[in-house]
Design a protein around this ligand. Structure first.
Ligand code: GEK
Length: 246
């Protein structure tokens, strides 16, 4: 795994963050040092996907990056479901290229269809599981409701959405405390003060977090009948949303 040192030299001005070839090269190191509980998120969401997957349907992973969830889903599927169908979508060409290479590690029989497209434009249907792991936060806020509504429509009865996001607290004091604990974690994971502050600047207006309450309200508004937060770490939250009441 190549070490992420992208922000270790001073940059003036710091350019907006994008998922280009340099980021993709260090992505796995970057995400595991920048997202709290990343391995737990991957492992548990893969298990949830395997639990709710119905044979004959599809799993969609929107913003699949290098395919860590795909590999974990492959490992979590029961014997009889090894021929599951998964559609991974990412609009970064270099991400999809690396993801394609990683998919060779999956057991034979899995149908993995990778698409380099914008998740706002991709057709979805017959889904038992849709995953947005740290991706909705990169979609312009005005487009989020429509995307979630399309996901809800694409789900079969009994289907689920798994959503993980960086969030912001409406209370200024709690918001600052959460940010500080988050930057503390990044420092513990080896990032310098300059790396932390330059990355923060690069993500300004690129990663736009919302409150947990806004997420819950919108998921309910687009039609999800039951929503739970199954994991919360300061300013990160993982939701499971059920299409139906049962
Ligand atoms: C993981 N889920 O490792 N359309 C398609 N892809 C997009 C779009 C878009 N409009 N906007 C951003 N992306 C992954 C981690 S990373 C999160 C997800 C992070 C893609 C982008 O190219 C990147 O690969 C991914 O969303 C976000 O489980 O880096 O913080």
């Amino acid at each position: 795994m190549t070490k992420d040192a992208l922000f270790s030299r001073p940059q003036k001005p710091v350019p907006p963050f994008e998922f280009n070839a340099s980021v993709v090269q260090v992505f796995d190191d970057m995400i595991s040092r920048s997202v709290p509980c990343y391995r737990e998120l991957i492992c548990r969401q893969a298990q949830l996907a395997a639990h709710y997957y119905r044979s004959g349907t599809r799993i969609y992973d929107l913003g699949c990056s290098t395919g860590n969830l795909e590999l974990a889903i492959g490992a979590s599927m029961k014997e009889g479901d090894q021929s599951f169908t998964l559609i991974g979508v990412d609009n970064s060409e270099p991400m999809i290229r690396v993801c394609r290479e990683h998919m060779e590690k999956l057991p034979q029989g899995a149908h993995i269809d990778l698409s380099c497209s914008d998740i706002r434009e991709v057709e979805m249907s017959n889904a038992s599981v849709v995953i947005l792991n740290l991706t909705l936060q990169f979609i312009p806020p005005d487009d989020r409701r429509k995307l979630l509504s399309r996901i809800h429509r694409a789900l079969v009865p009994g289907g689920i959405l798994l959503l993980t996001e960086k969030t912001v607290h409406a209370h200024l004091g709690l918001s600052q405390m959460q940010q500080n604990f988050y930057y503390r974690l990044k420092a513990e994971n080896g990032y310098s003060e300059m790396e932390i502050s330059q990355k923060r600047e690069a993500l300004e207006n690129v990663l736009i977090p919302e409150t947990v309450e806004s997420h819950l309200e919108r998921l309910t508004r687009v039609g999800f009948k039951a929503v739970d937060i199954w994991l919360k770490w300061f300013n990160f939250a993982s939701f499971i949303a059920l299409k139906d009441a049962l």
